[in-house]
Design a protein around this ligand. Structure first.
Ligand code: 6PG
Length: 474
């Protein structure tokens, strides 16, 4: 009976296997468990020569672990997590540690923390970002909750995380389910940036008439300079990728997007916290709208767009307009996600350090980009910064790129090209820069039809008016 594995992973899918290999490559002996023998076999092949071992028997797997046992779950979010915990519980001893590394809903994590605490087990939720490659060579890790348990696992987490400027892309996020909350917002931002890039593709192909080669070149060039980001990098690669028949693969892919739910959750929580994140909402809506293929086909016939795109798109300066507009909207997306985290930090008492979150997002994760260093700096020099765009450096980029965002949106709207991420980023900005919004009218309407009362400028208390009464003297 050996007790020699420092850590175990349950779920040997692509993420689980790659994380296990990452752990082993960093010198920690690691055991894996999966019900599926083919995955154990794959791990055996991929892990040859490394201190890893796969198990198909749960109690043998647990017995093989050093005490206290540290077990990372990498299984699909939802009921499966509870099922696995229920199977594990009788085999564990007090003080053992379970880490949920999946994309669990943060409210589920809260429930599990409370339940397992009663059983004397440590449990914490940890966002893991970076996909297959991140898991193998360095993800961004967002652990939150039981600090003592986190500290016990910290040497391993530090070793396996991506590194930027020699610093590991992992930090203790905060109490409770904060790790999973922050990972959810990461994914919301991911959805919105993906939609922004898709909008940019739409402009390039329908407005500017670019072929895939030129789209590839443009994204690749952007990615070399200050717009460097993982999502732009893979997008450039996608536009260069040809299928076995020599045709571009991207042109053969259905335009109906799937999702696993984290974007929708971000939108749901934002409405609950009354903190607007319209570009993320729009990105979720567009994936949903994409599924209405036949309706879209009917609409495209019923409301045909007859005119050719305007010549403005052909101007040589338009590429720069597009790049600046992209910068404007992309910063707005990060700003909205961060604003939501700041609100949640107060509402759920997470005490989030936005500078630290930006720091660990600079490497390993899907939304990593050059701009995260600027964001880190903004919140590090002013931790109580109310909104990212109020940072002087970020604000000057916004001011510098705003005009291009307007020009792009005007041209797209005039030409019937749908670029919802750009338009909602701009509308959000325009509302935010309105010291006087038209919401006085909404207050009046509510009071008119429902006697909901309203407040008056410069006066205290609430007021109700009998709006149907004719005015004296009229
Ligand atoms: C990551 C990704 C990862 C996963 C998304 C996909 O950070 O590594 O976000 O968690 O690829 O959750 O989400 P959808 O299937 O909802 O697009």
């Amino acid at each position: 009976m050996g007790t020699n594995y420092r850590i175990g992973i349950i779920g040997l899918g692509t993420m689980g296997r790659n994380l296990l290999l990452n752990i082993a490559s960093n010198g920690f002996a690691a055991a894996g468990y999966d019900k599926d023998p083919s995955k154990i076999e794959l791990l055996g092949k991929e892990g040859e020569g490394k201190p890893v071992k796969g198990f198909g028997d749960l109690s043998e797997f647990i017995t093989s672990l050093e005490k206290p046992a540290v077990i990372i779950l990498l299984v699909p979010a939802g009921k499966i997590v509870d099922d696995v915990i229920a199977e594990l519980q009788p085999l564990l001893a007090k003080g053992d540690i379970i880490i949920d590394g999946g994309n669990s809903h943060f409210t589920d994590t809260n429930t599990r923390v409370a339940k397992l605490e009663l059983a004397g087990l440590h449990f914490f939720g940890m966002g893991v970002s970076g996909g297959e490659e991140g898991a193998r060579f360095g993800p961004s890790l967002m652990p939150g909750g039981d600090k003592q348990a986190y500290q016990y696992a910290q040497p391993i987490l530090d070793a396996i995380a991506a590194k930027v400027d020699g610093e590991p892309c992992v930090t203790y996020i905060g109490p409770g389910a904060s790790g999973h909350f922050v990972k959810m917002v990461h994914n919301g931002i991911e959805y919105a940036i993906m939609q922004l890039i898709a909008d940019t593709y739409e402009i390039m192909r329908k407005g500017m008439g670019f072929a895939n080669e030129k789209i590839h070149e443009t994204f690749a060039a952007w990615n070399k300079a200050d717009l460097q980001s993982y999502l732009l990098e893979i997008t450039a690669d996608i536009f260069a990728f040809k299928d076995t028949d020599g045709l571009f693969l991207v042109d053969k892919i259905k335009d109906e997007a799937k999702s696993k739910g984290t974007g929708k959750w971000t939108t749901q929580i934002s409405t609950e916290l009354e903190l607007p994140i319209p570009v993320i909402d729009m990105a979720v809506a567009m994936r949903d709208l994409s599924k209405f293929k036949s309706l879209r086909q009917q609409f495209s016939l019923a409301f045909k767009k007859t005119e050719k795109p305007s010549s403005v798109f052909k101007e040589s300066s338009f590429k720069e307009t597009l790049k600046e507009a992209y910068t404007f909207a992309m910063i707005g997306i990060y700003a909205q996600g961060i604003h939501l985290m700041a609100k949640a930090s107060v509402a759920y008492e997470y005490s989030l350090r936005i500078d630290e979150i930006a720091r660990i997002w600079r490497g390993g994760c899907i939304i990593r980009s050059y701009y995260l260093e600027l964001i880190r700096k903004a919140f590090s020099s002013n931790p109580s910064l109310q909104h990212l765009c109020l940072d002087p450096d970020v604000g000057s980029i916004i001011s510098h790129t705003e005009k291009s965002a307007r020009n792009l949106v005007c041209e797209a709207v005039q030409n019937g090209i749908s670029i919802p991420a750009y338009t909602s980023a701009l509308s959000y900005f325009d509302a935010l820069t309105s010291a006087d919004m038209p919401t006085n009218l909404i207050q009046a309407q509510r009071d008119f039809f429902g006697a909901h009362t309203y407040e008056r400028i410069g006066e205290t208390g609430v007021f109700h008016t009998e709006w149907n009464q004719p005015l004296a003297g009229v």
